[in-house]
Every structure is written in structure tokens, then in C-alpha cells.
Design a protein around this ligand. Structure first.
Ligand SMILES: Cc1cc2nc3c(=O)[nH]c(=O)nc-3n(C[C@H](O)[C@H](O)[C@H](O)COP(=O)(O)OP(=O)(O)OC[C@H]3O[C@@H](n4cnc5c(N)ncnc54)[C@H](O)[C@@H]3O)c2cc1C
Length: 407
């Protein structure tokens, strides 16, 4: 049999690699990634590594540590540049690589993740995004120089964590969000307001409901200020742009795969015969929620990487069809001394019911209700409660048993 090719050597790709090898595939297993070193585990990049608490080499994910046992042909510094639209034969597709070679692959895992969005005309110095270890170390170096003010643009989870970490370093921080509340994409107003208040209590200057017009630079090209859409100008020595990511799919243009908010898969993570996708790059209909979703979360990258690996083994007649991928997605975020966790798939229009603690105490559990369904659980410093609710939601999304956990 010809080779299997895993494209992207981060969380989803390496988890799929492990699954393929441990599931019985014993042929050539090639893994490519343009990163010159194995990509890091990303959550510590906005937390422990950025704060200086950890050295960079501690941010390694567990599959990376197991790689030497897997007999993998790992090609770092090499990107996939194109997937041929026409198969070579019924089983094989050619993938062009950035080193000029190409691989005739009998099976492909697309795990190319996502890349940060940028603002237009960013000055060349003092402006950062946060995705890679290099991004993190460059930002950390700027923070170590004790800038007068850090401006964080975007109050999503990455922006909010960066703001918290900068405050932990004793820096002055302004956090700007164009939406009326932080995390507006995922949380309804009252929980977004809680996040804004949490940051204000820790000394962050939070500006909501106003967009950024331009980043202004000094004569040396270093950012100097942020001009807002309402005309306000905020002095800035360092700017962090946290305005979301775009799935890394440009290289698949013309491949014949459906590209629609990432690589569109079927319920089982199959994008085309013998091609699966997983992690931040994959969108798929999750039958549990009756919704097409793309999930940018750590645990999803692991679970979907494993599922996609099993699905590819089934395509190769090396394993059982794993069925639909139907998780209750879950993530955490650390901000100050609060551990924020959410499981499920809420929408801003769901009813929010506080079932434990209170927002005022900064320790609570909220359930999201849509009709007779519980769509999500959100907890602050309540990890056990969130996990119990999530496990109940895995059994069923019916409101009554989930709410019943909280008497
Ligand atoms: C700073 C930060 C903090 C985070 N914190 C949390 C958290 O607290 N909780 C949580 O749940 N989630 C968190 N996340 C999200 C989580 O880390 C991601 O969901 C996860 O990394 C996704 O893994 P992935 O393998 O799908 O994609 P990625 O990690 O993006 O990896 C994709 C890989 O594909 C490679 N690639 C791209 N294009 C090509 C190509 N053409 N050819 C070959 N390879 C290619 C890239 O170089 C990259 O290494 C955080 C993310 C970041 C950036």
C-alpha cells in the first residue's frame, strides 16, 4: 500500500497519527508541517509561557512526546501546497509539498488548523497575534520590556487571557471589543458582562461597542496609538490583535473538497473518499446538536483527531466504521484566579439559568435552555459541576435531567 499523509503536526494531526499507527496501519506514515519545530501545545501560550512561569519547552502536547515510538516520517518545515483534484487511481491522491516533492497518498488527514486574522496596515513593530511559539516569545519579549500600556484588540478568549496575563505582570491594559460585550459570539449579554466586570475589577480599561479605525505608528514603524472608530485615540506601546482565526484552507482551492468555513466533512469526519479532516480546520454536522459546527477547542482537536483517524482506518478496511462524531464540545479558559469552563453549543438567544452560586460571587454554574433542551453549561470555578452536567448532556440534551443535577 502507498503512504498515508497527515497534514499538520499539531494536536489534531498528531492524535490522528497515533490512532492510525496504534489502530494497525503499518505502512509509511508521513507527517508534514511548515513549522520548523514541532508545534507547541497552544493553551500555555496565552497563560504560563506568556507570563514567564514556564519555559517554552514545557509547552509540548502528549502526542508529540509519543512520536518517536510511532515510526513516522516527520517532515518539519514542509507545507502541503496543493491536493490534486483528480485521483491517480481509485485509491490515491497526489499532494504537492513546499519542498518541491509530492506524495501519492492512499489516505489523507487534513489537520491544518487555523491562522490568526490581522488588521489592515498593521505597523511593523509592537503589534502581535498569538498562535505559535514564535508569536508568544516575541510578545513575551515586548512585555518584559515593561511597556507603558498594552492594548488588546478583541475580547474573545485569547484576548481576555492575554489581558489577564498582562495584568498579572503588573502592566496597564486596555481591552477593546467592537461587540457590546466580550465573547459576544458565544455568550449572551449577562455572561459577557460578567467577563467585562471581571476584567474591570482587575484594573483593565475595558472599552466595548466601538471598533478600531487604525493603528498609528511612530517614524520607526513602531505602534504608538490606536485610533478608534469614534475618534478616541488610545496610547499603546504594545498591541495584541485577537480578532479571531480563519481555517487554513487556501492550499485546498481547486482540490474538489468542499470549503465552507473550513473543510466540510460528513458526520463521520470524512471529507472525500479516503480523506478525513479534524480539529480547528474541520466543519461537520454534529447530529447531537443538529448543527454544522467548527470547533476551535483543545479537547475537540484531540477527540476529532482520534475519530478521523479511526474513520480513515475504516476507509482502508483496517477497522470498524466509528459512526458519527457527536461530541458535547468542552473548553476551559484561565483568567486571573477564575477557571471558566463551558460545554455544549449555546446560542446568544438561549435562556440562561443560574443553577448554582451567583454571578456576584464570581462562582457559579449557568445552564443554557432552548425549549426542552439544555444546549450548554457554563461554569466559573465550578469544574466538578460542569463535568457532571457535561456527562449528563452526553447521555441526552433533555433539560430535566441536566437541571435535575442541581436540585
Ligand atoms: C494561545 C492559544 C490559547 C489557547 N487556549 C485554549 C484553552 O485554554 N482551551 C481550549 O480549549 N483551547 C485553547 N486553544 C485552542 C486550541 O489550542 C486549538 O483548538 C488547537 O490547537 C487546535 O489544534 P489543531 O491541530 O486543529 O490546529 P493547530 O494547532 O492550529 O495546528 C495546525 C497545524 O497545521 C499546520 N499547517 C497549516 N497549514 C499547513 C499546510 N498547508 N501544510 C502542512 N501543515 C500545515 C500548522 O503549522 C499547525 O502546526 C488555544 C489556542 C491558542 C492559539
Amino acid at each position: 500500500m502507498s503512504s498515508l499523509l497527515v497534514i499538520g503536526a499539531s494536536l489534531a494531526g498528531l492524535t490522528a497519527t497515533e490512532t492510525l499507527r496504534n489502530g494497525g496501519y503499518d505502512g509509511q506514515l508521513i507527517v508534514v508541517d511548515p513549522s520548523p519545530q514541532l508545534p507547541p501545545d497552544r493553551p500555555p501560550l496565552s497563560k504560563q509561557v506568556l507570563s514567564g512561569e514556564w519555559d517554552a519547552d514545557r509547552a509540548i502536547h502528549r502526542s508529540a512526546a509519543r512520536l518517536p515510538e510511532l515510526d513516522v516520517d516527520l517532515r518539519l518545515g514542509v507545507a502541503a501546497t496543493a491536493l490534486a483534484a483528480a485521483p491517480i487511481d481509485a485509491h490515491t491522491r497526489a499532494v504537492a509539498l513546499s519542498d518541491g516533492s509530492s506524495v501519492d497518498a492512499a489516505g489523507i488527514v487534513v489537520a491544518t488548523g487555523a491562522a490568526p486574522r490581522h488588521l489592515r496596515n498593521e505597523p511593523s513593530h509592537g503589534v502581535h497575534v498569538l498562535r505559535t511559539m514564535d508569536d508568544c516569545l516575541a510578545l513575551r519579549a515586548d512585555l518584559e520590556a515593561e511597556p507603558d500600556r498594552v492594548v488588546v484588540i478583541g475580547a474573545g478568549f485569547i484576548g481576555a487571557e492575554v489581558a489577564a496575563t498582562c495584568r498579572g505582570r503588573g502592566l496597564q491594559v486596555t481591552m477593546i471589543e467592537a461587540a457590546p460585550a466580550p465573547l459576544g459570539r458565544v455568550l449572551p449579554g449577562e455572561l459577557g458582562a460578567f467577563i467585562a466586570d471581571l476584567h474591570r475589577e482587575h484594573g483593565v480599561d475595558v472599552r466595548l461597542g466601538v471598533g478600531v479605525d487604525a493603528l498609528e505608528a511612530d517614524g520607526a514603524g513602531r505602534v504608538r496609538s490606536v485610533r478608534m472608530a469614534d475618534g478616541t485615540v488610545i496610547e499603546a506601546s504594545v498591541v495584541v490583535v485577537g480578532i479571531g482565526v480563519a481555517p487554513s484552507v487556501d492550499w485546498l482551492t481547486g482540490s474538489g473538497l468542499t470549503l465552507d468555513d473550513g473543510v466540510r466533512c460528513d458526520e463521520s469526519c470524512l471529507a472525500a473518499p479516503r480523506i478525513v479532516a479534524a480539529g480547528d480546520v474541520a466543519s461537520w454536522p454534529n447530529p447531537r446538536f443538529g448543527e454544522v459546527m467548527r470547533v476551535e477547542q483543545w479537547e475537540n482537536a484531540i477527540e476529532q483527531g482520534e475519530h478521523a483517524g479511526r474513520r480513515l482506518l475504516a476507509e482502508l478496511d483496517l477497522g470498524e466504521h466509528p459512526g458519527a462524531f457527536a461530541p458535547v464540545p468542552w473548553f476551559w479558559s484561565d483568567q486571573y484566579d477564575r477557571k471558566i469552563q463551558m460545554a455544549g453549543r449555546p446560542s446568544g438567544s438561549d435562556e440562561v439559568v443560574i443553577v448554582e452560586g451567583s454571578i456576584e460571587e464570581r462562582r457559579f454554574v449557568a445552564l443554557f435552555r432552548r425549549g426542552d433542551r439544555c444546549t450548554a453549561v457554563f461554569g466559573v470555578n465550578r469544574p466538578r459541576h460542569v463535568m457532571q452536567a457535561r456527562m449528563k448532556m452526553v447521555e441526552s440534551l433533555d433539560w430535566v435531567p441536566v437541571a435535575g443535577l442541581f436540585g
